[in-house]
Write a protein that binds this ligand. Sequence first.
Ligand code: NAP
Length: 250
Amino acid sequence: MSQQPIVLITGGGRGIGAATARLFAQNGYHVAVNYLSNHQAANALVEELRKMGANAIAIQADVAVESQVARLFDKVIEQFGVPTVLVNNAGVLHQQSRMDQISAERFQQVLLANTMSCFLCAKQAVLKMSTRYGGRGGAIINVSSGAALSGSPNEYVDYAASKGAMDTLTRGLALEVAQEGIRVNGVRPGLIYTEMHASGGEPERVERLQHKIPLGRGGEAHEVAQAIFWLASENASFVTGKFIDTTGGL
Ligand code: NAP
């Protein structure tokens, strides 16, 4: 197995995950890109990363399902070795609405996709990375959201709650594994130009709200990737259980 650093990025085929994959590839990582259903985007990205000279693979798995997460890690380990960095980036949001119009089923789906996925992947990563279990350590970065702090009223309280739970998990897990060679941190993006806003029913959401952002514009996926990469790097060797808000000052 190679000694090159290895990153696994969940939901890495598009948006922030894809920008993160490019940045890690540029910096000499083997890159495993997980995706749910958009084969085209994930495969096109892997092609692009390989053209850059990186070792890259795309792996389909629903990271909200425990057996699929186990299979995902097995495939990464088989191809590259144990990941040195896990980026829990996969996430969904649904149609904007008031909380009293959100069904219990939808609430559960959002928690599964955003929070359970983070728990399942982080658990696998700890079992493989932790020095307690013979691993070599590593870094976990959880991609949360500014919504964890704002609550996203009248848009998606379910999504905001799922990200709040993710932040609490980040803090607790960071303290549990702090002496086992693993740092765990979070990035909270806000109003980034990706396709995610179309899932909420408003593709132009960033344009509508950008006047509220102190820096006066929406953010780009590569700007979030920089925060993720820094937290994963040795430059952040004394940082754990903390968060970077990539929100333009919001
Ligand atoms: P995006 O463009 O909609 O991409 C989401 C990615 O997640 C896709 O690659 C999708 O896979 C994947 N995914 C969703 N559910 C999955 C599952 N169950 N298993 C595996 N993969 C799954 O979103 P984005 O804007 O880049 O968001 C990335 C992260 O940043 C999310 O956690 C999001 O909550 C967070 N965030 C984004 C913003 C923003 O303004 N964009 C703000 C705050 C936080 P497919 O490609 O196969 O569909």
